[in-house]
Design a protein around this ligand. Structure first.
Ligand code: 5GP
Ligand code: MN
Length: 338
C-alpha cells in the first residue's frame, strides 16, 4: 500500500465506522482467515463490524475464532443485505472482481460505502477507494498482517487474530511450500506463533478431521485420474453420482487436485467436478513453474486466479468438457512439453 492509501485508510478508520467484510464465494481458509482476523482487529479498534460470506464454507474452517459471528448471504439474506446497505465501509478480501461473490454482486454494486480491497489475485478490478493488491503475496492473510502493520498497530494482534491469520497463510501456501512463500511470509508466521497461534493444533483442525467417506471419495478420484505424459498433465474427474455415493460435503474435494502434481514430471494438474444443482463442471487448475493456469482458465474456462492455482467452470456436460479440454491441450503442447 502506498503512503497516500495508508493516509486515506487511517483517516477513514479514525472515526467509528459501520463495517462489512466480504470474502469471495466458496470461501477458503485464506478468505475466512483474513476476514475474521480483520474482524477482530476492527472490533478492537472501536468499529461495528460484520463479516458476510456469500455462501457456506467447509466444516474444517468452522472452528476458527469468531466463526459464529459470520452471516451467510444465501441463508440469512435480509440480515446480510441490511449489514451491507448500512455499512459505511466495505472491505472485500481475497478476490479481485465483484463477480467473485455470485448473487451478492448486485447488492455490493448498489452499496454506497467506501470500498477497501485487500487481495493477491492477478488483474484486480478498479472498484475500490483503496486497492491494496499485491500478486507476489502468499496470501491475503499475510497482506492483512501487513495492513495492520502499515497502520502501526501490530501490538493489537491477539491470539485469536493470529490464529485466523496463521490458518489462511498455511492453507494458501500449501503448508508453506508454494513459490509465493517468502522469507517475509515466514517472519510473519513466526510473529503469529509468538502472538499465540498454536501451529500444531491449527494444522490438525484443518487437515486431520477427515470423515471415512471423504477418504473413500479420494480413492475414487485417484482411480479416475488420467495421466498424459506427453503434455506433462494429469486430470481427475468426479461425477455428481460419485459425489453422492460418498456423501459429499462442501470442502471434501479440497486438495484432491494437488495429487496430480505429486507425479514425477507432471507440471499441470486439474480436477473437473460435476455440480448438477448449478448445472456446471467446476474446474480447479494447478501448475508448477511458469505455465500460467490463470491464463489458461481465463482463456478457456471463464475463470482465473494465480499463475500456479486457478479455477474455472464449464457449462456443458462432463464428457463434452473433457473432449473440449483434450482439444485445447493439443494447442499447448509446445508450452507444456517443449
Ligand atoms: P480453487 O481451485 O481452489 O477453487 O481456486 C484456486 C484459485 O483460483 C483461488 O485463488 C481462487 O480464488 C481462484 N479461482 C477459483 N475459481 C475461480 C473463478 O471461477 N474465477 C476466478 N477469476 N478465479 C477463481
Ligand atoms: Mn487467497
Amino acid at each position: 500500500m502506498n503512503s497516500a492509501d495508508i493516509k486515506t485508510v487511517k483517516s477513514i478508520l479514525s472515526q467509528p465506522q459501520k463495517i462489512a467484510i466480504i470474502p469471495h464465494r466458496n470461501p477458503d481458509g485464506d478468505a475466512m482467515g483474513s476476514c475474521l482476523a480483520l474482524y477482530g482487529f476492527l472490533k478492537a479498534t472501536g468499529h461495528t463490524v460484520q463479516v458476510v460470506a456469500p455462501n457456506d464454507y467447509p466444516k474444517f474452517l468452522k472452528w476458527m475464532p469468531w466463526n459464529d459471528t459470520v452471516i451467510n448471504f444465501e441463508r440469512e439474506n435480509p440480515k446480510a443485505k441490511e449489514a451491507i446497505n448500512e455499512a459505511s465501509v466495505i472491505f472485500t478480501l481475497d478476490f479481485n472482481d465483484l463477480s467473485r461473490v455470485g448473487q451478492m454482486e448486485a447488492v455490493l454494486q448498489e452499496a454506497e460505502a467506501d470500498f477497501i480491497m485487500i487481495d493477491h489475485h492477478q488483474q484486480p478490478s478498479d472498484y475500490a477507494k483503496v486497492t491494496y493488491s499485491d500478486v507476489s503475496m502468499s496470501s491475503t492473510c499475510e497482506m492483512v498482517y501487513n495492513f495492520i502493520n502499515f497502520l502501526g498497530e501490530t501490538e493489537l494482534i491477539d491470539a485469536d487474530m493470529a490464529t485466523n491469520l496463521y490458518t489462511g497463510i498455511m492453507t494458501d501456501t500449501g503448508s508453506f511450500k508454494y513459490r509465493s512463500t517468502s522469507s517475509k511470509t515466514h517472519r510473519v508466521v513466526a510473529e503469529l506463533i509468538d502472538k499465540g497461534a498454536d501451529n500444531m493444533k491449527i494444522h490438525q483442525k484443518v487437515f486431520d478431521t477427515n470423515s471415512p467417506s471423504r477418504l473413500h471419495l479420494l480413492g475414487v478420484a485417484l482411480g479416475n485420474m488420467v495421466i498424459l505424459p506427453e503434455y506433462r498433465t494429469a486430470y481427475i474427474t468426479l461425477s455428481q453420482d460419485e459425489l453422492d455415493q460418498y456423501d459429499f460435503k462442501k470442502g471434501d474435494t479440497e486438495g484432491f487436485v494437488n495429487y496430480g502434481l505429486t507425479l514425477e514430471g507432471i507440471i499441470f494438474a486439474l480436477i473437473f467436478i460435476e455440480n448438477r444443482e448449478e448445472g456446471i463442471i467446476k474446474i480447479s487448475l494447478r501448475s508448477v513453474g511458469d505455465f500460467s493456469v490463470n491464463e489458461f482458465a481465463r482463456a478457456h474456462f471463464n475463470g482465473g486466479g494465480h499463475t500456479n492455482a486457478a479455477g474455472g467452470r464449464s457449462e456443458v456436460s462432463m464428457e463434452e468438457t473433457i473432449s473440449k479440454f483434450n482439444e485445447i491441450l493439443k494447442t499447448y503442447k509446445s508450452k507444456l512439453n517443449p
